[in-house]
Write a protein that binds this ligand. Structure first.
Ligand code: FMN
Length: 300
């Protein structure tokens, strides 16, 4: 029988170490070349993922809209150069006056150490921290991801960046496994967790002779899975890190949904891609959430 439970939820501004986000709505790792109107309203900006050895490719050619407000990213995780980010883009992003987090990835622990060391040396005064992209859904190696690897990668980044920098670990959309991976991140010294990254998916183009397109799913179709991941993390008493919800945020209600599930902030990627300027508009609509207390009815 359905049971109704009332609970009072207080939304507190997200705390990342000493940093307090001014707004729960953030720009997700996707692109920093998008039009940045009103980005100063955002809680934070997360850059597209960079690596020490960039993987070139044309971004726009790999993005398919596969359903309403749902994208398939088949760019095979094209990455930008960390050096170009520091030289060309970080100074531009800094002008919005909101914290900037650089999304980083690497094929192994030495690679994570190398890129974190580079950023600590070249950009520590330009960034609030990093987001560690722990899995590359397009590589086929996702199933090898272990809590041990997450812990060691996080630790390597933390050691290079020092105790003050925020290290956010972004996890894949695997509700069954996300708690273990999150514990690895926590043990490795993460400041917060972001859930989730893209979900492995396949798109069959209308042309029956075309090759099926493998990639990562985002947007509307991802939101229920990402909500479940945030829920799993928020309901694990061993996980104490603050959470960022990522997946299918298009409206202020979606922001509230994530906060009700236990996140303290959200990231917007597909929404911004499909409708440039959406994240800043949502941020304007969500300023009141920073100090709001709502009464919520859960039914189970
Ligand atoms: C066009 C596009 C590019 C993306 N690039 C990155 C990236 O460089 N690094 C990363 O960690 N995630 C990347 N993502 C994933 C998003 O940051 C986000 O985790 C995912 O798309 C779910 O959020 P959404 O439903 O709001 O798109 C990208 C997503 C899209 C749609």
């Amino acid at each position: 029988m359905a049971r109704a439970a009332s609970e009072i939820i207080a939304f507190n501004p997200m705390q990342l170490g000493k940093l307090t986000l001014q707004n729960p709505v953030c720009l997700a790792a996707a692109s920093w070349q998008l039009d940045g109107a009103d980005y100063e309203r955002l809680g934070a900006i997360f850059t597209r993922t960079v690596t020490m050895e960039p993987k070139p490719g044309l971004y726009e050619e790999g993005i398919w809209q596969v359903a309403d407000q749902t994208l398939l990213n088949a760019t095979n995780m094209r990455t930008e150069s960390a050096e170009i980010l520091v030289q060309e883009y970080l100074p531009k992003l800094r002008r919005y006056g909101v914290p900037v987090f650089v999304s980083i990835t690497a094929p192994g622990i030495p690679g994570f150490r190398k890129i974190a060391r580079f950023l600590a040396r070249e950009a520590s005064d330009l960034i609030a921290g990093v987001e560690v992209y722990i899995a590359q859904p397009d590589t086929g190696n996702g199933e090898e991801l272990s809590a041990k690897f997450v812990r060691e990668a996080t630790q390597a980044v933390r050691n290079e960046l020092g105790p003050e920098a925020a290290v956010i670990v972004k996890l894949p959309p695997w509700p069954e496994h996300i708690r273990g991976l999150a514990l690895g991140a926590q043990q490795g010294g993460a400041t917060a967790l972001a859930a989730t990254n893209l979900l492995k998916a396949l798109h069959l183009p209308d042309d029956v002779t075309a090759t099926p397109v493998a990639g990562g799913l985002s947007g509307e179709a991802l939101r229920p899975v990402a909500l479940r991941c945030v829920w799993e993390l928020a309901h694990d008493e061993n996980i104490t890190l603050p959470l960022i919800g990522t997946g299918g945020v298009f409206t202020a209600n979606h922001v509230t949904d994530y906060l009700r599930c236990g996140a303290s902030a959200v990231q917007v990627a597909s929404g911004e891609w499909l409708e440039p300027g959406l994240s800043a508009r949502l941020a304007a609509e969500c300023t009141h959430l920073q100090s709001e207390t709502i009464s919520s009815e859960w039914k189970s």
